[in-house]
Design a protein around this ligand. Sequence first.
Ligand SMILES: NC(=O)c1ccc[n+]([C@@H]2O[C@H](COP(=O)([O-])OP(=O)(O)OC[C@H]3O[C@@H](n4cnc5c(N)ncnc54)[C@H](OP(=O)(O)O)[C@@H]3O)[C@@H](O)[C@H]2O)c1
Length: 323
Amino acid sequence: MTDTAMMKAAVFHRYGPPESLLLREVPVPRPAPGEILVRVRATTVNRTDTATLRAHPFFARAMTGLLRPKMQTLGMDFAGIVDGLGDGVTAFQPGDRVFGLSPDTFGAHAEYLCLPADGAIARIPGDLGFDAAVVGEGAWYASSTTALLSEGQRCLIYGASGAIGTAAVQLAKSRGVEVTAVVGTRHLDLAKRLGADRIINYEDEGFTEIGETFDLVFDAVGKTSWFTCRKLLNQNGIFTATDLGPFWSNILLGMWFGITGSRRVRVPYPEDAPGFVRHLADLMAEGRFRGVFDRSYPLEDIVEAFRYVETGQKTGIVVIKFQ
Ligand SMILES: NC(=O)c1ccc[n+]([C@@H]2O[C@H](COP(=O)([O-])OP(=O)(O)OC[C@H]3O[C@@H](n4cnc5c(N)ncnc54)[C@H](OP(=O)(O)O)[C@@H]3O)[C@@H](O)[C@H]2O)c1
C-alpha cells in the first residue's frame, strides 16, 4: 500500500444532525507500532454515534471536543479483516477475521481502521459473517449492568428490544439470572427467543403492578424512572439506567444514594472493553450470545441510517455493510 492510498469515510467537522456527515475520500491510516490495520467489512450506527454527532448531552463535549469534534469519523463497532501490522504485533496475522470496539477514537465508519493490537479486538468465532459480528456496542453498555448480577438473582429489563436491551437479556441469562423482559407487542416473540423467563407487554399491562420484586431493574431504553420502578425493587434492589432520566434524576439520585452508601440508583459506565470483547467472542462461539439485527445500509446511505437510529424505534442493531 502506498502513502497516497485513499479510502471512503463518513466524516463530520461540526456537531449537528445526520446531514452533518459527509462521505469523503481520505488517506488510509497507517498502523503505528503495536497497532493493526483492519479493512472494515461491517460496522454499526448506534445511539452512541448519534449522540456523539449531536454532542448530546452537552457535557459530553468535555470528552469529544468543546466547540468542534476532535474525531472526524464515528463508528465504535467493527468487523473486518486484518490488512496490516504495525511493528511488534504478533497476536494477529494479515487475513485474520476480527471484530471489536473502538470506544475511545471510534473511526469505523470508514473502509480502514487502525487499533491497538491489545485493544478490544477478538477473532470472529467460526464462520460467523462480518455483519453478524458487529455486536459490541449495545452488549458492552449492557454489561455494565449485568455485571452487577449474580447467579440465581432476578432482574427486570425494561425495553428489552433495543441493542442494549436485547444484549442485556442474553448476558443476564448467561450469568444464571432469572429475567423478566418488558417490551411492546411487536417484540414479544423476540423476547421469548432471547430466553426471557417472563415477558410483559408494556402496551397492555401495568408492568409495575405485577406484584413481584427484583434484585435489579434496568431501564434499557431511557423510558421509565426510579420513581416508577421503585416498588418493583426488593429491599436491597438496584435501579440502573442507560440514560440521565427525567430532569437528570438518575444522575442526581445516583449521587444521593452514593452519599448514603446504598448505591440504589446507578447509571453505570462500561469498563474493560478488551476483556469484554474476548468474553463476547467466547459466548458467541458457545452459541450463548447472538446479535439481533434490524436492517443494513451501504456506507453511501449512512445519513439515512443515522436518521433511522434517531427514531428510537430500531430493533437491536443497525448495520453498515461495506461492498
Ligand atoms: N449511556 C450511554 O452512553 C448510552 C450509550 C448508548 C445508548 N444509550 C441510551 O440507551 C438507550 C437504548 O439504546 P439502544 O440502542 O439499545 O436502543 P434504542 O434504539 O433506543 O431502542 C429502541 C427500542 O426501544 C423500544 N421502545 C421504544 N419506546 C419504548 C417504551 N416506551 N418502552 C419500552 N420500549 C420502548 C422500541 O420498540 P417499541 O417502540 O416497538 O417498543 C425499540 O425496539 C437509548 O435511550 C440511548 O440514549 C446510552
